[in-house]
Ligand binder design. Structure first.
Ligand SMILES: NC(=O)c1ccc[n+]([C@@H]2O[C@H](COP(=O)([O-])OP(=O)(O)OC[C@H]3O[C@@H](n4cnc5c(N)ncnc54)[C@H](OP(=O)(O)O)[C@@H]3O)[C@@H](O)[C@H]2O)c1
Length: 264
């Protein structure tokens, strides 16, 4: 299926590893050009070098920046337009994990997470809006997670933040729809990325289990019997960004091998 992405420009926050990097690879494979961002310059440079192995060097731009800082977000959007000439697709993906319950989670950690995932997306949408509206089919895709739908005591900060992300996606999609800028979300289940490597230590500390044990335990609960790969999520992102998703607006896709129990 031709996704109709050739020549488009996609800005992917948190594009230096995991899901964001896989999305950038997928966009390049579809003939799009990409701007990838992250806070760690070295990590970003090595991601760019990997991306340029399979694409023209000029099709990949990088911006070092923190999405929690409005000036950095502005620099990301400006880089897309100045270096690649336009902006068609934004993937608001930057983020991390936030374990902890009301007794153990530091308020400052929750605030940083909220600023990254909610305020970062908000600022990104605000800054990108004029450029996305200029295209006949702009796309704004938010990577959320599963906790916003299934609250749990031990991830209270992520639950609250992700619930807000769902509300943000729906409200923003209504506002942008009249300009044919389509706003949607993906909700990854457990995906094997550098972020989930951290589960090893955390698991040993909290659960006394190795990552391997947790992976197989998790895999058993997933109808498809495995943890996901970044490419699984990247495929859903590429579809939502594509011309083939032209009547999808304000929705969210669970990319979780069937794990999610909610049917609405
Ligand atoms: N993997 C999963 O199972 C899973 C499940 C549900 C949701 N998610 C969500 O999916 C997204 C991608 O996660 P991943 O698993 O691919 O993790 P990852 O491999 O650790 O990638 C995270 C990316 O975000 C960047 N980043 C983090 N905080 C940032 C900030 N404040 N400003 C700019 N860039 C930032 C990181 O680079 P720097 O650290 O250099 O900034 C990196 O490029 C995250 O939002 C995560 O919460 C993942």
């Amino acid at each position: 299926m031709d996704l109709g992405l050739k020549g488009k420009v996609a800005l992917i926050t948190g594009g230096s590893s995991g899901i964001g990097l896989a999305a950038a690879e997928r966009f390049l494979a579809e003939g799009a050009r990409v701007v990838v961002t992250g806070r760690d310059k070295k990590k970003l440079q090595s991601a760019a070098a990997a991306l340029r192995e399979n694409a023209p060097a000029e099709d990949v731009a990088v911006v070092v920046g923190d999405v929690a800082k409005p000036a950095d977000v502005q620099a990301m959007v400006t880089a897309a337009v100045d270096n690649l000439g336009r902006l068609d697709i934004v993937v608001s993906n930057a983020g991390s994990r936030l374990p902890g319950n009301i007794d153990t989670l530091a308020v400052s950690a929750f605030e940083t997470y909220w600023r990254t995932k909610v305020m970062g997306s908000w600022e990104l949408a605000r800054q990108a809006a004029p450029h996305l509206r200029r295209q006949s089919s702009g796309r704004f895709i938010v990577v959320i997670g599963q906790e916003g739908k299934v609250p749990a005591a031990d991830t209270i900060g992520a639950c609250v933040t992700e619930a807000a992300q769902h509300a943000f996606v729906k409200a923003l999609s209504d506002h942008f729809a009249k300009d044919n800028v389509l706003v949607n979300a993906v909700c990854p289940g457990r995906i094997v990325t550098p972020m989930t490597e951290g589960l090893n230590l955390e698991g040993e500390r909290y659960l006394g289990q190795s990552l391997e044990h947790q992976e197989s335990g998790w895999g058993l609960k997933v109808p498809l019997g495995r943890m996901g790969a970044p490419e699984d999520v990247a495929n859903a992102i590429a579809f939502l960004a594509s011309e083939r998703a032209s009547f999808l607006c304000g929705t969210n896709f669970d990319v979780d091998g069937g794990y999610q129990r909610m049917i609405f």
